[in-house]
Design a protein around this ligand. Structure first.
Ligand code: UT7
Length: 324
């Protein structure tokens, strides 16, 4: 243990897209969306609110809370699948925006599980080098990766960013353990094309843009089962029971997935942090946004045991325990 979160921050675009607004775009209705997903509104980036800009504002807020200057950072990692460029990385743009001149910077992509994978990575960096100061961000602008004619998906996603600053502390606090998984065999249940990665005819390829495709019902079934088993295994390994969890912060995809998971785990509903109704599914950003809200609302007390879990395209999934 020792990789401690010393500051949190988040940034949501101002523009709110309600279920009623969506009724004007596709054949749907507020009642269907709320009862099937729990979502009432989501945030949408306006021009100039690219992924790296949301990420940078979230980062500034986390740095301020941590009392650390950007030029003291050693490393910036951004979990995203919606950077405004494939190269350079979103993290390099954040480094530039912040003026984090000493930091090296790169992106990771594990879809909705990106932040969880990032926590594991930062934990390992900090255990190897206790002097490092690391910024970990989850940031997405999925409005730019959504087919706004597909009612099966366009009602689900939203934009936003969340950030944490992490340092090594010689205490029992910090990342306790992670239990992470991937299964590439199931890639075709949830995916997003990019520009082709081979061009044998040496032609100038069209790049018509890209959007998320999903078999919602299948994803739903796998999500509940996979997160449940990752959590049960992790708790058993750490010799903890579900009653010892003070707060659970799950990836915010769908209230029905969360309710099923919560009832199977037997955790008290009031110990589960939920904000999917406000922001929809913000993929890699959902956990750090929720973590920042929980922190700023005073829901996290020193030594609280936090359980974080996620499921996303890949498939990628897992669970992590932290002592606050
Ligand atoms: O971050 C992880 C990634 N994603 C997820 O976790 C999403 C997992 N899946 C889900 O959340 C749910 O499967 C959805 C919310 C996507 C869909 O809910 P569902 O209860 O599985 O609905 P369904 O796909 O089985 O569709 C039921 C009906 C269909 O009509 P018919 O075929 O029964 O006549 C759909 O065409 O609802 C229809 N439908 C809609 N109706 C109104 C689908 N989307 C809509 C819509 N408005 N937006």
């Amino acid at each position: 243990m020792g990789a401690v979160i010393v500051g949190t921050g988040s940034c949501l675009p101002d523009r709110v897209l309600s279920n009623h607004d969506l009724e004007e775009i596709v054949e749907t209705n507020d009642e269907w969306i709320r009862s099937r997903t729990g979502i009432s509104t989501r945030r949408i980036s306006s021009r100039g609110e690219e992924t790296f800009r949301l990420a940078s504002v979230a980062a500034e807020r986390a740095l301020e809370m941590a009392g650390i200057r950007a030029d003291e950072l050693d490393l910036i990692i951004v979990a995203t699948m919606s950077s405004h460029m494939s190269m350079p990385s979103c993290a390099c743009f954040v480094q530039k925006e912040l003026g984090a001149s000493r930091a090296f910077a790169y992106d990771i992509n594990a879809a909705c599980s990106g932040f969880l994978y990032g926590l594991d990575l930062v934990d390992k960096y900090l255990c190897a080098d206790r002097e490092k100061k690391i910024l970990l961000i989850g940031a997405e602008t999925l409005s730019s990766r959504t087919n706004w004619k597909d009612r099966n998906t366009c009602i689900l996603f939203g934009d936003g960013a969340g950030a944490v600053v992490m340092e090594y502390r010689d205490t029992s606090r910090g990342v306790v353990a992670s239990n992470l998984f991937s299964d590439g065999n199931l890639w075709n249940l949830l995916y997003m094309h990019s520009a082709p990665s081979c061009n044998p005819d040496l032609t100038q390829p069209d790049n018509p843009g890209t959007h998320i495709l999903m078999e919602g019902r299948e994803v739903f079934k796998y999500a509940v089962k996979a997160m449940q088993s990752a959590i049960v295994e992790l708790l058993a390994r750490e010799k903890l029971d579900i009653a010892s969890i003070d707060l659970m912060i799950p990836h915010q995809a769908n209230i029905r997935i969360l309710n099923k998971l919560v009832s199977r785990l037997g955790i008290a509903q009031e110990k589960v942090f939920i904000n999917v109704q406000k922001y929809g599914n913000t993929s890699a950003a959902s956990i750090p946004i929720a973590l920042d809200e929980a922190n700023r609302e005073g829901r996290l007390k020193p030594d609280d045991v936090l359980l974080v879990c996620s499921f996303g395209g890949g498939f990628t999934w897992g669970a992590t325990l932290l002592r606050w």
